[in-house]
Design a protein around this ligand. Structure first.
Ligand code: HMG
Length: 381
């Protein structure tokens, strides 16, 4: 990439669901000690979509605020990363493009590689902006994480969408070269076409994630990246927030550094506030970590942030960003906290009904009553 031009995240907004299920409610049902969820995996709640919510409604809600602030004249590309899309052929981003009235002179595409695809979308967007700095790219990462009821994965579900405007002269985070990459063909987590819940080998997936951290970091170092000690904080993919702590301890030890609890906490804790109450949002998870970090009390002006994106199967990438002076005046902290606080608490029975809901497969029109209050499913499929 060309040296001088600063390209990165100009704006970032997230949206989540209408409902929330607390881990206290889940524990009362499963019989697990609630401390296993609160301390063991670092989660207190998960976002649960209403029957009339999906990746498109969440994505449109997140992206609408970005378009309202910046307009859409310069957006010539929309990249929608998801592993829980709504159609095998048509990109979910086309519904968002239509809902937001984006320019017809635009390309829209969907990307998939488990939780990693949001990072691929961001890197592809940066490449496009380097080619023509006058253009902006709308990057969206949106997912609903679903495992079988009663399975170990159930406590690590969740749902959210993050929308990012990528452009030259970013107001929030300048994304740096190089990136460290690793791909390995592993069956740690997958979801074949006939299933709407994921299959996972929990412990193997954790081991695969840690191996991938090591591999991506090795390549990053070989490509001439920053020293580990230069980073103020690390945004890891967070299937559950304790995974970020495990990953950071692993990386420090791999690099021959002490993994003192206070240091790990300082580097990771500010990234966990949103994920701990939203749960796994797959592609969006790492960027919810960034949102929490930017919205936190930590002054990041001019500081380097490390990003470790992991998608089962597996692809991992380590890259760095530098937080731009003045970033605080562009944040959406109030909007983000409101998106979390407005969710309605539901009981286990309501959650189970929503989990078991399946859509008719007869190709007909089936109207559902409106459930959501903040937004609604406006598109037709
Ligand atoms: P599990 O069997 O329910 O829980 O599975 P566990 O027995 O492993 O316990 C979890 C932690 O709680 C342990 O801590 C326990 O010690 C602790 P650790 O030893 O790991 O530090 N614990 C307690 N702590 C305090 N008080 C207690 C207590 N009891 C136990 N009373 C698992 C947990 C995460 C494996 C499961 O939920 C799962 O399979 N989740 C889905 C898979 C997953 O999230 N994998 C993560 C890596 S793969 C990834 O990130 C990619 C992914 O996002 C998909 C994609 O890429 O698209 C999943």
């Amino acid at each position: 990439m060309s040296g001088e031009l600063a390209v990165g995240i100009h704006d970032l907004a997230f949206a989540t669901t209408e409902y929330v299920l607390t881990h206290a409610t889940l524990a009362a049902r499963t019989g697990a000690d609630v401390a296993k969820y609160h301390q063991g995996i670092g989660q207190t709640a998960i976002s649960v979509p209403a029957a009339d919510e999906d990746v498109v409604t969440m994505a449109a809600t997140a992206a609408a605020t970005i378009v309202a602030r910046h307009g859409s004249d310069r957006i010539r590309t929309v990249v929608f990363a998801t592993e829980t899309g709504i159609d095998q052929a048509k990109a979910a981003g086309i519904y968002v493009h239509s809902l937001l009235g984006l320019p017809s002179a635009a390309r829209v595409v969907e990307l998939k590689q488990a939780c990693y695809a949001g990072t691929a979308a961001l890197q592809f967007a940066i490449g496009l902006v380097h080619r023509d700095p006058a253009q902006q790219v709308l990057v969206i990462a949106a997912d609903t994480s679903r495992y079988e009821l009663g399975s170990p994965g159930e406590s690590t579900q969740g749902a959210a969408a993050v929308a990012m405007l990528v452009g030259a002269g970013p107001a929030l985070v300048r994304i740096e070269d190089p990136a460290g990459l690793q791909t390995a063909d592993i069956m740690d987590f997958w979801r074949p076409n006939y299933r709407n819940t994921a299959l996972v080998d929990g412990q193997e997936s954790i081991a695969a994630y840690l191996q991938a951290v090591q591999g991506a970091w090795k390549d990053y170092a070989e490509q001439g990246g920053r020293a580990l000690t230069e980073f103020r904080a690390f945004c890891y993919h967070q299937p559950f927030t304790k995974m970020a702590y495990k990953a950071h301890r692993h990386l420090l030890r791999h690099c021959g550094l002490d993994a003192e609890a206070a240091d790990v906490d300082r580097a990771v804790q500010p990234t966990t506030a949103y994920n701990s109450v939203i749960g796994n949002s797959y592609t969006a998870s790492i960027y919810l970590g960034l949102a929490a970090l930017l919205d936190s009390a930590v002054d990041l002006t001019g500081r380097a942030v490390g990003f470790l994106s992991y998608g089962s199967g597996s692809v991992a990438e380590f890259f760095a960003g530098e937080v731009v002076p003045g970033y605080r005046t562009h944040l959406r902290t109030v909007q983000h906290r409101a998106a979390i606080d407005r969710r309605q608490d539901i009981d286990y029975a309501r959650y189970r009904d929503l989990h078991q809901l399946t859509f008719p497969a007869d190709g007909g029109d089936h109207l559902r009553p409106r459930e959501t209050s903040g937004h609604k499913r406006l598109y037709e499929s």
